[in-house]
Design a protein around this ligand. Structure first.
Ligand code: ZN
Ligand code: ZN
Length: 440
């Protein structure tokens, strides 16, 4: 008898700790049955990555997959962007977005399905290509969610809009899709949701943050001029390499000495090029910077500081007014991603119910950027929520914590998501979110 009580108690605990709705139990079982083909899709995408604005074959695959599931698909929206729409009776319109592009990196994970793909970068050079940001995970979850929602169409009412976006990595894709009139081509969304895999959160968990989630991004180019000459006669020149080095050191004081310490900001010089050979002092150096912040004030303050430092240091080096550095900021500037508070709180409840409260983690804001922000910032205001999807082997997270070493980050050639629990959790979270927003 005692044993029976214990069994009853244990089953009650398991029901209470993971009280999925009956429809989500069906979705989980369905995803489990579909998993082998989803993993095959993931590995295919992983081995066939395409660079930003070159996502031709990836977009073809996404479009064909959505068409086969009964979506009405429109392609070529801002490059290789595409959208699939399914109308399933009266109800809200829920937009789910995934991004498709990969990065110019040589994969070093050593996985049996590692990418050996090559692509052509904007400079026309052949480069290795890798899904080092996990957009292959995003697309697999996107397809798995579409499959699950279509298979359980009798369980929800509304309009499902699935957007596959190109060129997230260079910040151009969402802007291109909206300039091509994305929101004029689809029923107006009531909600837009997306996920991004996370390189420190264990697979099986999701992370959330209401409000400020990711930073704004500016791409800045600086041309520093000098007066070139023989490397053995530096006194007859104004060396732009030495000048650039001094500027870069001074940039380090913008965040540490000028910005209010409680305001997040980043100034990173990611690229510097100047000169040709050992013994020529060149007459120009080019730098590329990324600037991150969460407010327009901090953004303006950072840009003004860079303008002031570069101009005055050039004058101090003896350059004339017409040779002060030229600064340009590339379009488009990516706005900060601010998650709608009410929508996020609603999804957090859904995640807790379906994944278990322990698997839903509040995360700090992050200085990476995401052009998903634009889905909420068009003329038509749409509440948005992007959440983190844990992608790392939980044993590896424990081990690296114990040893005090860092895991490979997103954009690392060593970033290796653990496919099965990541993909299954992603589909469960995204399907549960959509079903809840459809009012199920
Ligand atoms: Zn990325
Ligand atoms: Zn990404």
């Amino acid at each position: 008898m005692k044993r029976l009580y214990l069994l009853f108690y244990l089953s009650l605990v398991s029901v209470l700790s993971n009280a999925q709705s009956p429809v989500m139990e069906k979705v989980s079982l369905f995803t489990h049955q579909q998993y082998a083909s989803l993993e095959a899709l993931y590995k295919h995408l992983h081995q066939h990555p395409e660079l930003s604005l070159k996502e031709e074959k990836t977009a073809r695959l996404m479009a064909d997959t959505l068409k086969n599931l009964g979506f009405t698909v429109q392609e070529g929206i801002g490059g290789y962007g595409l959208v699939g729409v399914i109308k399933n009776g009266d109800g809200p319109t829920v937009l789910i977005r995934a991004d498709m592009d990969a990065l110019p990196l040589e994969e070093k994970t050593g996985l049996p399905y590692a990418s050996t793909a090559k692509g052509i970068n904007p400079a026309g050079e052949e480069v290795s290509v890798m899904h080092a940001c996990g957009h292959d995970i995003h697309m697999t979850v996107f397809v798995g969610t579409a499959l699950a929602l279509v298979a359980h169409k009798n369980q929800w009412k509304g309009t499902l809009v699935m957007v596959a976006q190109p060129a997230e990595e260079n910040g151009l894709g969402a802007d291109l899709m909206f300039k091509a009139g994305l929101y004029d081509k689809i029923p107006p969304p009531d909600y837009a949701i997306a996920l991004h895999d996370n390189a420190s959160l264990p697979a099986g968990k999701v992370g959330y943050r209401a409000g400020a989630f990711m930073a704004s991004v500016d791409m800045m180019d600086i041309r520093v001029f000098g007066e070139g000459g023989h490397g053995a006669a530096p006194h007859t020149t104004i060396d732009p390499i030495v000048l650039s080095a001094a500027m870069i050191n001074t940039f380090q004081t913008i965040v540490s000495r000028e910005i209010n310490p409680i305001e997040p900001a980043v100034v990173t010089v990611g690229s510097i090029h100047g000169g040709t050979v050992h013994n020529i002092i060149p007459d120009e150096v080019r730098m590329q910077l990324t600037l991150r912040s969460y407010s327009q004030e901090v953004r303006n303050q950072t840009i003004a500081a860079i303008r002031r430092i570069t101009k005055n240091m050039a004058l101090m080096a003896g350059l004339p007014e017409d040779k002060v550095p030229v600064i340009s900021i590339r379009d488009p500037q990516t706005p900060a991603t601010i998650n709608d508070v009410a929508l996020t709180e609603r999804l957090v409840e859904v995640f807790r119910t379906n994944l278990g409260a322990d698997n839903v983690v509040e995360m700090p804001p992050n200085m990476v950027g995401e052009d998903f922000s634009r889905f909420g910032l068009q003329d038509q205001k749409v509440p948005i929520c992007m959440f983190w999807l844990g992608a790392v082997d939980p044993a590896l997270v424990r081990q690296t914590e114990e040893e005090g070493i860092d895991l490979p980050s997103l954009h690392s050639p060593y970033f290796a998501p653990l496919p099965e629990p990541t993909i299954k959790t992603g589909i469960k979270a995204m399907s549960a979110a959509a079903l809840s927003l459809f009012g199920k």
